[in-house]
Every structure is written in C-alpha cells, then in structure tokens.
Design a protein. Structure first.
Length: 120
C-alpha cells in the first residue's frame, strides 16, 4: 500500500511506493527520490534528508512532510493520482550527512522543491 506524505498545510503532495527501493513519487507520477534505511536520496544519489517514524526531515533536521498518522491536524482528501511514469535508472547513493538533532519546527522549503532537488 502506498504511503501518502502531506505538507505543512496537511495536503497530500507526494507518496512512497511499497517497492524494493521505497521510491518516492510526486503526485503527477514522477519517481524523484528513494528511501534507504532512514535516509532520503535524490534520484542522482545526493542525500537530501531523513524519513523517521512517518515524518520527513530536510537536511537541516526540520520537518517537511508527514504521514496522515503523524499530522497534527485533519488532512485534506486525497485527489486522484496520475499514472506512474517509467522510472529512470537511479544513481547509487553518494554518501550520507550526519543526522542533526531532529526539530519539531517546520522547514521553510516547499515539499515539492525539497523532493525534486536531485531529480531527473
């Protein structure tokens, strides 16, 4: 089952597919990142953040996305998802940053800009 990720305004924006790579897709069907352990890697292999206990954090440790179970308020209804595009070959991860202390504060960055920052 796919896991929807909501932005700070409680709108569904991206989702995680339950495949072997835990691929992250945008709502329009593009594969843009993946999760390895708790690390989020962009499609070109750059480490861009963490996914810990249903919450996505940016590289500075600020919250940027949530599952419906970890949102602080009611979430908006899920719109229809576009068909998934064929995935490009993914690059190998290039290394990880040391995880900072994870904050309760929200990131100023938009979740779409965050997740697409290392995408094809």
């Amino acid at each position: 089952m796919e896991t929807n990720i909501y932005d700070v305004h409680n709108s569904p924006r991206i989702y995680i597919a339950p495949d072997s790579d835990q691929t992250i897709y945008t709502w329009d069907g593009h594969a843009v990142a993946c999760i390895a352990d708790e690390n989020i890697f962009g499609w070109h292999g750059r480490h861009i953040g963490w996914y810990v206990a249903g919450i996505m954090y940016d590289i500075h440790g600020y919250r940027i996305g949530f599952t419906s179970a970890t949102c602080q308020a009611d979430t908006f209804a899920e719109p229809v998802k576009y068909t998934k595009f064929t995935k490009f070959d993914r690059f190998k991860p290039k290394g990880e940053f040391r995880r900072p202390v994870l904050s309760q504060l929200h990131s100023n960055q938009d979740i779409d800009a965050f997740i697409r920052q290392d995408a094809p």
